[in-house]
Design a protein. Structure first.
Length: 475
């Protein structure tokens, strides 16, 4: 009896040992699988852009097929970006239009910019002169102008270019290429946007201009290229008035190249502007099938050309406006926010200010200067005095430009339109286009609803009494 019990216990122990061994094997196998999965998900095995492993993997893959051009720059570049885009990108928008004269459109332009979401606006053929000051054109954009004068043309009317940079952003903008190119209707601005620098140049060349104008412009573009670094973006746009020059898309360079340059002007453009290495990306033909307005960029993969849902000003059938979306990497920790500050006049040294102002010979400083230049010099002097003798204080401020006639409902509609435009700029899908059209277009005249409402509010707005205004001013 005892022997049988011992034998049964031994059998049970053997079975238990066998079961434990099986369970141990299963646990070991599961542990190995879990370990392999953790390794796959660990940051150590993430392939970063440009890493050695990525290059080795790329060598094993077949080279990607070239993207077939599909009637325009936008489709081509969108396909390429879908394949090659890595990391987080920020972007700014540059709007271009041939204004066809702004002397009778200043109010329309002012209201349009009050509702504009474009970071930069470039206009050719502004027709502006010294009798129209910058304050009449916009209060929420920094303006850089090159009006027609006796150096740029023997004609008094027409011509002129303008670049406007939005004030609401932490952008630092500086005019470049001023000296040596006074004979060109051209303006160029360096814009430091967050952690990226963008050079924007706008030019107007009237029809039948001598080839030297195109040659000088090419020299200016080369100087712009020399000023920039490899990571900067360059945009050169404007009305070149070469109606017979044809542009054909070249897949290898992902841009348009001149096909039939034969006149002296066309050859001057090809030999001086195209030779700088910039590529032309605009293929928007006018009603006659001609391309007069061009856009040259240094990186076709980071710039996308888009047709705007609604032009800022009434369009000319010979010129099509367009938007250039400039992408650049958003590097965390690189961009620094500029704190808002304003002069603290309660701690001002008024004696020093009075003494400094009394010592200025205004007649000598402003001698032989036009009204715009005189105004700029005047404010530069005042700002320098304020900087020296008036301490500054940090303030908390809403960056949105609020005009006096804006009410809560109008601001709400404005914000809805801004968000819809932002979605359109990020992804130009038919759904986003329809959403913007529905919000922005009003009736057969195709005028922006928000602009119409702004105009109505402005016309019904009553200026506050002098007493109320004085109280606001001294707060």
């Amino acid at each position: 009896m005892d022997v049988d019990e011992d034998s049964g216990q031994a059998t049970d122990v053997a079975k238990l040992s066998e079961a434990v061994d099986k369970l141990s094997g299963i646990v070991t196998e599961l542990s190995g699988q879990l370990k392999e999965k953790k390794v796959e998900q660990s940051y150590a095995n993430v392939v970063y852009p440009g890493s050695k492993r990525e290059r080795e993997d790329d060598e094993e893959k077949e080279p990607p097929a070239k993207v077939k051009p599909v009637c325009g720059t936008r489709t081509i570049q969108h396909q390429i970006k879908t394949v090659q885009s890595k990391g987080t990108l920020s972007f700014i928008t540059v709007y271009y239009q041939n204004a066809g004269g702004m002397r009778t459109k200043t109010k329309q332009f002012f209201l349009a910019l009050a509702s504009s979401d474009y970071d930069v606006i470039a206009l050719s053929e502004t027709w502006l002169q010294d009798d129209i000051v910058d304050a009449e054109l916009s209060s929420n954009y920094n303006l850089f102008r090159q009006d027609r004068n006796e150096l740029t043309s023997d004609r008094s009317r027409g011509g002129g270019v303008l670049i406007a940079v939005k004030k609401a952003h932490d952008f630092t903008c500086t005019r470049v290429l001023s000296a040596g190119y006074e004979h060109l209707e051209q303006v160029a601005v360096r814009i430091k946007a967050r952690n990226h620098t963008v050079y924007v140049c706008c030019i107007y060349i009237r029809p039948n201009s001598p080839p030297d104008v195109y040659t000088s412009h090419g020299t200016a573009v080369q100087e712009l290229v020399d000023l920039s670094s490899n990571d900067d973006s360059i945009i050169v746009t404007g009305d070149y008035n070469l109606p017979h020059l044809a542009w054909t898309f070249d897949v290898d360079v992902n841009g348009f190249i001149p096909l039939n340059a034969s006149t002296e002007q066309e050859l001057a453009l090809t030999e001086n502007v195209v030779a700088t290495g910039l590529l032309q990306i605009c293929s928007l033909a006018n009603v006659n099938g001609r391309i007069l307005d061009l856009a040259f960029v240094n990186d076709t993969l980071s710039v996308e050309l888009i047709e705007p849902p609604k032009p800022i000003l009434r369009t000319d059938r010979h010129h099509k406006p367009f938007i250039l979306r400039v992408d650049f990497p958003d590097i965390p920790g690189v961009a620094t926010r500029i704190e808002d500050a304003e002069p603290d006049f309660s701690r001002c040294d008024f004696d020093r200010v009075t003494e400094s102002l009394s010592s200025i010979d205004w007649d000598d400083i402003l001698q032989d200067q036009d009204s715009n230049t005189s105004t700029t010099i005047f404010y530069d002097v005042l700002y320098e005095i304020v900087r020296q003798f008036v301490p500054s204080k940090r303030v908390s401020r809403n960056r949105t430009e609020k005009l006096p006639w804006w009410n809560a409902d109008l601001r709400n509609r404005r914000n809805i339109l801004r968000k819809a435009r932002k979605r359109l700029f990020k992804a130009g899908t038919p759904e986003n286009q329809t959403a913007v059209d529905r919000l922005e277009i009003d009736g057969p005249e195709r005028q922006p609803i928000v602009i119409l409402e702004i105009r109505e509010e402005q016309e019904t707005y009553q200026c506050p009494s002098n007493k109320d205004f004085a109280q606001r001013f001294h707060r």
